[in-house]
Write a protein that binds this ligand. Structure first.
Ligand code: ARG
Length: 577
């Protein structure tokens, strides 16, 4: 039930004004003591030809009649303050959550509006480092959030599988490549020779020239270069797939930069035909002075294509193929200028849909005080990071098992550690606004009592354990009658219900701002409120059978919301931990 709407309808019935207009003015007061909702009567003064305090007083005396969800309505000055009946509120929220199940907060408002979410997009032959972890985890959540609101979502992985660096790799592999090492650990070997190339190129300038020549040969489709490039690509993809599988991520396509290379001539023709291409120091550029942006280079002076031209071709392809409603790029904030240039070129070329292209940026990940970069060779591999998190989680689980005893098998412990360890990493990336830099800390991330993934997951498992015990005694959430549910008028129950009630709104706000952390906060809030309730009240040994049924239902509603919430963040809940 939508209480704001219900209040607007009551007001509409009494004033004859349209409910939609009234609804927009129904506010949530800053403090609970002022009621659950408030309505300022000032805008009604003109139509009703009365002073706002008089309107408020008159309406207050009539509104609560025949509206069982209202406890009372107070007139204070020109304001109406609405106090919901606690029991009815909690009961309704719990019943609605149980009816919705995993679709809690879901809608169909996005039906027919395709949203492209491009995320992850690692570079072939380079490690999938922790900076890529951010786009991967953030992008997966953004994609899931849109899906929850009914948008058809296309998940694209714009692989960095093209560009001059492949000329370098081809040269480097010819000189220093180790076949056995390549098969054993492809990306590590490719990174090794890439770093070596840069070291050697400082002294030997001919290397860079040769690399450029090899890249041009690749662009022309020369067989030996093509074969090596394809090998690097295939081997890299296999490594990426391992990380994706572990995090439950799948893409609809892997059309990387190379995919667009033969569409560049058409892009060049199009820009030329519109009179947008100009020569600048031998390169072909689109000037963006009026936008206050530096020129966008489309072709380099040697005729080679460039990152930006491939992005222009890719945007055109996406529009043609998917007719998108929104085209989202989840890419680090350092590339903000690049995307502004690409979108500005499209706009200048007359494509109004350039405005539907959105760059969703994010901050840096800092680990022990250094910025992560591949060029310097100082990298933390995501697979290693996940493995370490899982190992540390396993230690905590084993320690707890020793302290408290457990009947979890070896196998179950391993499975739980895998999910919780990975969930902890995912949660950390989605805990704050995406523009904030992340400072990595194991203690913080794995704190089972802090605002962490393990804490939310633990709360879910705790709720499930209560429900399993209840089920053994023959009790289930479905047994609770509306009368039972309406008996939950306590502060702790109401606090849980308020957060459950806000779940759908949190999903909406997260989608509007492309900010999953707005849902993370809700999930954390529900977990905290439920634990408080759990510590202060008895569930299975509630004072009487009716209240026991009601609290079991509340527990089930919390579990449903936590599970769906975690899933929307990309995290798989565990039944026990
Ligand atoms: N491969 C690039 C990188 O790792 C990110 C690609 C971003 N997507 C795009 N359409 N340009 O930095």
């Amino acid at each position: 039930m939508d209480f704001r709407r219900a209040i607007a309808e009551l007001l509409s019935a009494r004033t004859g004004l349209p409910a939609d207009t009234l609804e927009a003015s129904v506010e949530v007061p800053p403090q609970f003591e002022l009621g659950d909702y408030a309505f300022p009567c000032f805008p009604l003064a003109k139509t009703l030809r009365k002073a706002p305090p008089a309107i408020a007083a008159e309406l207050a005396s009539k509104l609560a009649e025949g509206a069982p969800f209202l406890d009372r309505v107070q007139a204070v000055g020109g304001y109406l303050n609405f106090f919901l009946d606690r029991g009815v509120f909690v009961g309704t929220v719990v019943a609605d959550a149980l009816a919705a199940g995993p679709r809690i907060g879901a809608t169909e408002e996005g039906a027919g509006k395709t949203v492209i979410v491009e995320f992850s997009s690692p570079n072939i032959a380079k490690p999938f480092h922790i900076g890529h972890a951010f786009t991967t985890i953030l992008g997966q959540s953004v994609a899931k959030l849109y899906t929850h609101l009914g948008y058809p979502v296309v998940r694209m992985n714009h692989l960095g599988d093209y560009g001059t660096q492949f000329g370098k790799l081809i040269v480097a592999y010819g000189r220093w490549g180790d076949e056995a090492a390549l098969l054993e650990a492809p990306i590590r070997e490719l990174l090794r020779i890439y770093v070596k190339f840069h070291d050697e190129a400082k002294a030997d300038l001919a290397l860079e020239t040769e690399a450029r020549a090899r890249f041009l040969a690749l662009e022309e489709g020369n067989a030996p270069e093509m074969a090596l490039w394809k090998r690097f690509r295939d081997l890299s993809l296999l490594e990426f797939a391992r990380v994706y599988d572990r995090m439950g991520i799948a893409f609809d396509n892997y059309n990387g930069e190379s995919y667009y290379s033969d569409r560049i001539p058409a892009v060049v023709d199009l820009l030329r035909a519109k009179g947008l291409l100009e020569e600048s120091e031998g390169a072909q550029v689109v000037k963006l002075d009026e936008e206050g942006l530096p020129p966008c280079i489309v072709l380099k002076s040697d005729g080679a294509t460039i990152y930006a031209s491939r992005d222009i071709a890719s945007a055109l392809y996406r529009k043609e193929t998917y007719g998108f409603y929104k085209n989202i790029y989840v890419v680090g904030t350092p590339q903000a200028l690049h995307f502004r240039q690409v979108f500005a070129v499209l706009k200048k070329a007359g494509f109004a849909w350039a405005d539907d292209c959105v760059h969703v940026g994010f901050g840096l990940v800092k680990f022990a005080d250094r910025k992560l970069s591949t060029r310097a060779g100082e990298v933390i591999f995501l697979d290693e990071l996940l493995a370490e998190s899982v190992a540390k989680t396993r230690e905590i689980i084993d320690r707890n098992a020793e302290l408290r005893g457990t009947d979890m098998s070896e196998e179950e412990r391993a499975e739980v550690a895998e999910k919780v360890g990975i969930g902890a990493v995912q949660y950390m990336f989605l805990r704050n606004g995406r523009d904030r830099d992340i400072v990595f800390s194991w203690e913080e991330m794995l704190d089972f009592d802090g605002e962490t993934g393990p804490y939310a997951m633990y709360t879910y498992a705790r709720g499930r354990s209560v429900l399993r015990k209840g089920a053994l005694e023959g009790a289930s959430a479905a047994d609770a009658t509306p009368e039972d549910l309406a008996r939950m008028g306590g502060d702790d129950e109401a606090a849980v219900a308020r957060l459950l009630y806000g779940f759908g709104d949190a999903v909406h706000r997260a989608v509007e701002a492309n900010e999953p952390f707005l849902l993370t906060r809700q999930v954390a809030g529900i977990a905290r409120a439920f634990n408080k309730f759990y510590n202060n009240e008895s569930i299975l040994s509630a004072p009487d059978a009716g209240l026991r049924r009601a609290r079991i239902a509340l527990t089930e509603a919390v579990c449903t919301a936590l599970k769906t919430g975690l899933d929307l963040l990309g995290i798989a809940a565990v039944e026990r931990m």
